[in-house]
Ligand binder design. Structure first.
Ligand SMILES: C[S@@+](CC[C@H](N)C(=O)[O-])C[C@H]1O[C@@H](n2cnc3c(N)ncnc32)[C@H](O)[C@@H]1O
Length: 209
């Protein structure tokens, strides 16, 4: 590792360890500070409810699933997917695989079966190469796949929450989401680092096909 790279890694580590959201997540037994982004959106927008069928894309290490599963109650279902392995969580049906691969998508679709999906969550973010344009293209591609999955599987009226990075392709993506959903809002949760270009699109009322 270069000296410059290791200095920035050390800075990241120090910042991460002192981050109040990291400390609070640990205290509450959550696997990641990402929990607070979903929690803030849930408290404001009430997207998750008892009995719902929910798919969590890019789920590892699992804080969104940890938070969402109890809200769905015993009659709800939560399907989670990540390219990385994830420690098991009670009543969470997890698939490990690359969402870009048709076989993985088929496996997820087979698990969901004929259930009408109420909510698709996507916090997927690609492994960063450090090259801005490459990372942005990879990220928008994953968002497009998540949108396609949502449009194919959500019931009319269903909800799609997706993390997107602002930059090249963002406006075009927003337009595609607006075509599929009648109510689309951009959310920037307080726990999302201000310098990060990430925002969440909350797309409600999937239009009937
Ligand atoms: C920000 S993390 C998600 C954090 C998660 N919401 C939580 O609360 O713990 C993004 C995840 O996207 C996953 N990911 C990236 N590319 C993927 C792909 N092609 N298929 C499936 N998952 C992918 C990463 O492995 C990573 O775990």
């Amino acid at each position: 590792m270069s000296r410059k790279r290791s200095a920035s890694s050390a800075r990241w580590l120090a910042e991460h360890q002192n981050d109040p959201y990291v400390v609070e997540a640990r205290k509450r037994g959550y696997r990641s500070r990402a929990i607070f982004k979903l929690e803030e959106i849930q408290q404001r927008d009430r997207i998750l409810r008892q009995g719902m069928v929910v798919v969590d894309l890019g789920a590892a290490p699992g804080s969104w699933s940890q938070y969402a599963r109890p809200l769905l109650g015993p009659s709800g279902h939560l399907f989670a997917l990540d390219i990385l392995e994830m420690d098991g969580l009670p009543d969470v049906d997890f698939i490990c695989g690359d969402f870009r691969e048709q076989a993985v998508l088929d496996a997820l679709q087979a698990k969901v079966g004929a259930r009408a999906v109420d909510v698709v969550l996507s916090d997927i973010a690609p492994n960063l190469s450090g090259i801005g344009t490459v990372d942005q293209t990879a990220s928008i591609y994953l968002c497009e796949l998540a949108l396609m999955f949502a449009l194919e599987n959500l019931k009319p009226g269903g909800t799609f929450l997706v993390k997107v990075f602002q930059g090249e392709g963002f406006e075009g993506y927003l337009k595609q989401v607006r075509e599929g959903f009648s109510q689309v809002t951009i959310r920037k949760p307080k726990s999302s680092r201000p310098r990060s270009k990430e925002v969440y699109l909350l797309a409600r009322s999937r239009r009937p096909v």
